[in-house]
Design a protein around this ligand. Structure first.
Ligand code: GLU
Length: 302
């Protein structure tokens, strides 16, 4: 059994990220498995190595240490390009010249089995002449997956069965940077990940990842999507909501041990003010006892 936590190093980890990391870590520890950390730093403009280091320090402060070297996606573009070449050889890739605005205007409203904002395939039928004109006008293409109406039922270990369709997801951005859904399946396979435990904002991307795994002949890990942490205003917790990172909380006199107990308490594993270590929380931990509803923070907790 091997799990992982795969943050994007674009900001300090907050209580929501830390709680998801903890669930993933507890799951791996409770099964005597391994747990790895991967930095999803594909976008070098928004990612930073000092934030990555800060994220690792936050995990360590709560007792979560990776069982192996941290992998950086920014160093693995060759692997992603090889995977794209495989999909291309199978006729599953097309160029897309649409601008963000065109995509926004053409995007489908949430529709049955396709994820929100699914791309309607405008560029699939582009002719050679139109293509040359776009290239001559300086437009660089993104690469998209040519999906074929595939649908998947993913048996999620927390959320239960989730069924969804696959859209023509981006595989490589028009600046040449490989895209998340492609990189994540390549790396989960390369790192031998058996269980993907992550935030449930990614549940609707799981069918896309299943299809990419099938097309690339990669093993299919098990999935567990952890409900997010919500701020008092009902939106997904973010930095702007107040004291949400370990540094913010420490400045208010709430140390990592207390944060750990709070996270453990939110998962039904201990009392709110217990003195516990992460490994103590792992004893008897089970994914199926993770609350299936979001953890809503109250105003006086921030
Ligand atoms: N990098 C993604 C994030 O920070 C997580 C990707 C994953 O766990 O599959 O939201």
């Amino acid at each position: 059994m091997r799990g992982r936590f795969a943050p994007s190093p674009t900001g300090q980890l907050h209580l929501g990220n830390l709680r998801t990391a903890l669930v993933s870590w507890l799951h791996a520890r409770s099964l005597a498995g391994e747990w790895l950390v991967r930095m999803e730093d594909l976008d070098r403009v928004t990612s930073s190595t000092s934030i990555a280091a800060d994220q690792l320090r936050s995990l360590a402060a709560l007792g979560m240490l990776p069982d192996g070297a941290v992998v950086n996606q920014s160093e693995r573009f060759d692997r992603y390009r090889t995977a794209i070449a495989t999909l291309q050889a199978n006729g599953r890739v097309y160029e897309c010249f649409c601008t963000r605005r065109e995509i926004r205007e053409a995007a489908q409203a949430p529709h049955g089995d396709l994820p929100d904002g699914a791309y309607p395939g405008t560029c699939r039928t582009i002719g050679a002449r139109q293509r040359s004109a776009l290239v001559a006008a300086g437009r660089a293409p993104a690469l998209r997956l040519a999906a074929d109406g595939e649908r998947f039922v993913v048996h999620d270990l927390i959320a239960g069965d989730y069924e969804g369709g696959v859209d023509d997801v981006v595989l490589q951005r028009n600046d040449g940077v490989p895209a998340y859904n492609l990189a994540v399946v390549v790396d989960d396979a390369a790192q031998g990940i058996t269980h993907v435990v992550r935030g449930d904002d990614l549940l609707s991307s799981t069918p896309r990842q299943r299809l990419l795994q099938q097309l690339l002949g990669l093993p299919e890990p098990a999935y567990a999507h952890v409900p997010l942490v919500l701020a008092p205003d009902g939106t997904r917790l973010a930095k702007r909501h107040g004291a949400v990172t370990l540094a913010d909380l420490a400045a208010r006199g709430i140390g990592p041990q207390q944060v750990l107990a709070r996270l453990g308490w939110s998962l039904g594993l201990c009392a709110r003010d217990d003195t516990v270590t992460a490994i103590e929380l792992a004893d008897g931990f089970r994914l199926d006892s993770v609350p299936r509803t979001p953890w809503s923070l109250t105003a006086n907790e921030l």
